[in-house]
Design a protein. Structure first.
Length: 241
């Protein structure tokens, strides 16, 4: 575990809206190693989602450098980025983001439609991914016929169906009850340990963060040094013991 799969240097993102400027990310240097499971923590508005979106190439930086899986994201065209993301990144959202008019199987199949696989192969891969998250008996269900926990498991299947190296999750347990949250965290852990996926998970839940190998904190757009916890952070003591 010594190869940096994600590396940023002085990475900044400034949002400008009317006359207001927000430094959402302020000169962030981070190295994330292949095979790591990183929890990205910090208060609301500290830039966690912004950093995750930059890593996923869902947004562009204002300045600095960002390299993900050896690719210099700032040099990509929008078209190149869409293909690169589809191939290499699995993204899991807090609110699942399933397409309501598609079945579980069709939702999982979506990322494969951008590949050269045949329909038969696409359905086989999608069924395998759904089986992996324990939902092989729900393939024909529509999202509204599923519980929140099941919806998020479909979203995880969709995130892994292309066999990406990197899984990014933004508050994946934020909308779930405790039991479903535990299932999702166990699944992410399994993807990391058994399947060797590198996982970066944004969370503000100290319990969720305990599943990670590495915990990093953002505060007002700045990344705190490794191992440093915010002085006023109540969860800090619980995590150290
Ligand atoms: N699209 C946007 N336009 C303007 N400001 C934004 C936008 N997205 C995020 N911000 C601002 O950037 C800061 C960081 O946001 P975000 O990364 O979403 O924080 P977090 O995920 O830690 O809650 C916040 O002040 C937020 O209001
Ligand atoms: Mg956020």
């Amino acid at each position: 575990m010594s190869e940096a799969i994600i590396q940023t240097r002085q990475l900044s993102k400034e949002y400008v809206r009317d006359e207001f400027r927000v430094m959402a990310l302020d000169e962030v240097d981070i190295d994330i190693e292949k095979g790591d499971f990183v929890a990205l923590m910090g208060p609301s508005g500290s830039g966690k989602s912004t950093l995750l979106h930059l890593i996923a190439a869902m947004d562009r930086a204002t300045s600095g450098s960002i390299s993900v899986l050896g690719a210099n994201l700032r040099t990509f065209t929008d078209r190149e980025i869409a293909h690169w993301r589809n191939e290499h990144i699995g993204f899991i959202f807090q609110s699942f983001n399933l397409i309501p008019v598609l079945t579980a199987l069709e939702n999982v199949e979506l990322p494969l439609k951008l590949t050269n696989l045949s329909k038969k192969e696409r359905l086989e891969h999608s069924a395998t991914a759904l089986k992996l998250v324990g939902l092989d008996d729900r393939m024909g269900h529509m999202p509204k016929q599923l519980s929140g926990g099941q919806e998020q498991r479909v979203a995880i299947a969709r995130a892994i169906v292309t066999d990406p190296d990197l899984i990014l999750a933004d508050e994946p347990t934020g909308n779930l009850d405790a039991t479903s949250a535990e299932d999702v965290l166990t699944m992410l852990t399994r993807l990391n340990r058994e399947f060797g996926k590198t996982v970066v998970m944004v969370t503000h839940d100290p319990h969720a963060a305990k599943f990670a190998r590495t915990i990093r904190h953002l505060e007002k757009g700045k990344l705190l040094p490794p191992g440093r916890l915010p002085a006023d952070w109540a969860g800090a003591i619980a995590l150290r013991t």
